[in-house]
Ligand binder design. Structure first.
Ligand code: FPP
Length: 225
């Protein structure tokens, strides 16, 4: 969800206003995903690198996240949407972390769509954590590294419980930047990529539908013919 800051600056607003408008898009895109029948939607809301931002901007982001949860959890529950969080959730301010855990608990019965927020998330850190846990178990003699296949490794990533072990079908990055920026590195091995030239606050449901439509016409060969 890139481009909140640039969207705001281009219009003479403070950066935080871009995040407020961005949260409105989150609400719309999540609801539309459920309606369209998307099985899993993962939103990169905060990277491990985003901690370098000014304190005031961070404070506004956590406030927006809490407000989103307070306002939307009822609707998400009604829609059968289950919530997951991936990333270093313990680094978040206490109140935001508590609110997130409570929302995850409230929505744990959802069966129609998996919604994941990546918060203080980094793809390399995730892969490293899985590798360390495997090494620990091997050292304790609980696991034979030779027996480990890609599916077993994927199951140890934070997305292991998601449909298809978290493999990404379509990755959309707004703002026109053509980078993956440490997002779901293992899981996006065969992902189709889309880089719409709009900032996240301009990413309407209509534009989202266009991305899905374009995705549906792509031929995915997964290395085959
Ligand atoms: C990237 O734009 C966006 C973020 C770092 C924050 C995303 C947060 C939201 C959309 C709102 C809250 C989220 C939820 C899940 C309710 P940027 O600030 O990097 O923009 P720039 O690259 O133009 O500076």
């Amino acid at each position: 969800m890139d481009g909140n800051g640039r969207w705001a600056a281009a219009r003479g607003y403070p950066r935080f206003y871009g995040h407020i408008r961005g949260a409105a898009r989150v609400k719309e895109v999540v609801r539309a995903s459920r309606e369209i029948g998307v099985r899993a939607l993962t939103l990169y809301a905060f990277s491990t690198e985003n901690w370098k931002r000014p304190e005031e901007e961070l404070a506004v982001l956590w406030k927006i996240l809490r407000k989103y949860l307070r306002r939307e959890v009822g609707e998400l529950k009604k829609q059968g949407i289950r919530l997951h969080v991936i990333g270093e959730i313990d680094r978040l301010p206490r109140d935001a972390g508590m609110e997130l855990r409570s929302a995850v608990e409230t929505l744990s019965g959802g069966r129609h769509m998996e919604l994941t927020f990546a918060l203080s998330y980094g793809g390399r850190a995730e892969i490293l954590a899985a590798a360390k846990s495997i090494a620990r178990e091997a050292l304790q003699g609980k696991l034979d590294p030779e027996s480990l296949g890609e599916a077993e490794f994927a199951a140890r990533l934070a997305t292991g419980g998601l449909p298809g072990s978290g493999d990404v079908d379509l990755m959309i990055r707004t703002s026109g930047e053509k980078r993956i920026s440490n997002f779901l590195l293992w899981q996006s091995s065969y992902a189709e990529l889309d880089f719409p030239e709009v900032q996240w606050p301009e990413f309407t449901v209509e534009r989202y539908r266009e991305c899905l439509q374009a995705f549906s016409t792509r031929k995915r060969r997964f290395g085959g013919v």
